[in-house]
Ligand binder design. Structure first.
Ligand code: PLP
Length: 228
């Protein structure tokens, strides 16, 4: 096995073990490969190792990779902060956007998504543990956002995304509770199937709490170098 195959296999093994511990089906947890800062060639190798979904945080960097990797059947996820003036690129180039925290962003994504393409999958980002960072809506705003966003055309509202502070597994449980609470408000509740939480350092705790999609960078690609 090459390096990409090995690290992917070891993350998949970790997911499987975490699922067995809490009697969940390993197929109920998807692995999203977070590839920010890594070159297209690393994504290509991870693709050849079997990985299909990749998450990127920075729009320009992502657009370059999407272009360079056009020959692959990659499912592209945007997991960074969504700026209002960047929604057009997101609507045109991505399959998923995880960081939606305001209605206006979802409305723009919906109107900018081409009718000819499948609806854009989105998650509402919630600031579940009251961090100072301004990303994510407040937990008490989620109900209203679910009602409104789930009615937009060209959007498939899939669930919630959270990035709690390290070691805060209570936040994962809170996210799961909120996720279940608002489901009935969705215009198409069967679409509400994704709880995006857990990264390299806390994926076991996230899976124990009910995560359906872990976003893993470092454990797959190694440490990131922001200074090249
Ligand atoms: C960078 C990033 C990740 C991956 O983090 P690792 O600790 O490298 O696994 C996951 N989610 C988001 C939103 C990120 O920005």
């Amino acid at each position: 096995m090459n390096q990409s195959q090995q690290s992917r296999q070891s993350v998949l093994d970790q997911i499987q073990l975490a699922c067995e511990r809490v009697q969940r089906d390993p197929a109920s947890v998807q692995l999203l490969a977070v590839s920010k800062t890594h070159p297209s060639q690393s994504l290509r190798e991870m693709y050849q190792a079997g990985q299909r979904s990749f998450g990127e945080n920075y729009l320009q960097e992502a657009l370059t990779k999407i272009d360079e990797l056009q020959d692959l059947e990659i499912e592209w996820h945007f997991i960074g902060h969504v700026q209002r003036n960047k929604t057009k690129h997101l609507a045109e180039k991505f399959d998923w956007v995880h960081g939606v925290d305001r209605l206006i962003i979802a409305e723009r994504l919906s109107s900018q998504r081409m009718d000819s393409r499948k609806p854009l999958n989105i998650c509402i980002q919630v600031n579940i543990d009251g961090q100072d960072s301004k990303d994510g809506c407040q937990p008490d705003e989620v109900a209203e956002l679910v009602k409104q966003i789930s009615q937009l055309p060209n959007i498939r509202l899939r669930g919630l995304m959270v990035i709690p502070a390290p070691e805060n597994s209570v936040a994962f449980a809170d996210a799961k509770t909120l996720f279940e609470q608002v489901k009935s408000l969705h215009a198409r509740p069967q679409d509400w199937d994704t709880l995006s939480m857990g990264m390299s350092g806390d994926l076991d705790a996230a899976i124990a709490a009910g995560s359906t999609m872990v976003r893993v960078g470092t454990a797959l690609f190694g440490a990131r170098d922001y200074h090249h």
